[in-house]
Write a protein that binds this ligand. Sequence first.
Ligand code: ADP
Length: 276
Amino acid sequence: MPNRQRLPYPTAEHLPDAPSLSVQDVSVRYNGTVALESVSFVVNPGERVAVVGPNGAGKSTLFQVIAGTLKPNEGSIRIFGNPPGGHICIGYVPQRNQIDWSFPVAVSDVVMMGRSGKIGLFKWPRKQDWTLVETSLQQVGMVELAKRQIGELSGGQQQRVFLARALAQEAEILLLDEPLSGLDTPSQENLLDILDSLRDQGITILVATHDLDQAASHFDKMMLLNRRLIAFGQPDEVYTSANLVRTYGGHLHVLPGEDGSDEQLLLADTCCDGDQ
Ligand code: ADP
């Protein structure tokens, strides 16, 4: 069983020219259940990666070992050249169903929580911290709702608040665990547009998603994961029938093309905990 870890602050130094993220031969087992097996890849600063795979493929586990909240059984992880833990440069947004939305807290306070690592324990936010909170809310189009209770917002708005929290944290790596799940199409497009707008800031982004087409069209790289790393690279290289069959196995049905030509793939039963 991997150990849960507390995140120490402040953040570790970044090594010059190091990739944002280097994962080497990482394996994770929960009481004998293999969640990740010998997973290796490198992500460079500013790259945007869609992590795709069926339920139970190890996507959340991967994000937790990168965030440093879970220690892998084997392998090593480097964040800008340093071991995990001690990195407030990582903004981790868990799945929506992992968050208690009834907790009575205002939007601006949720975003200010992103500053806690920079402000330090037992210290009050300064004016520049509140300015950064406002700028972050502006970036996600939520400044008008700053005083609202978080539980009163729609799913898409809640995701934007958590994105603003990561921006206020001045995160350089964003890990977003299924942020699009359960959102209607306009809200999904809105969130993807916001992620696009972060490209210029050089923020490295990993997004777990079930939507293969969105993954292929909105991200620089696509990772197909099913405990093992099936494929990782540019979408036109990764998004192939052969790789999908290797990733989804029994969830994938191969049908003949309409005129008997190219085969068609039909994906079933991949999603989600009743929220899509
Ligand atoms: P995904 O995010 O792709 O759905 P997860 O990382 O949540 O996959 O899960 C990978 C595997 O590890 C699954 O078989 C899941 O049941 C198992 N698992 C995840 N978290 C735990 C846990 N805390 N205890 C035991 N098994 C777990």
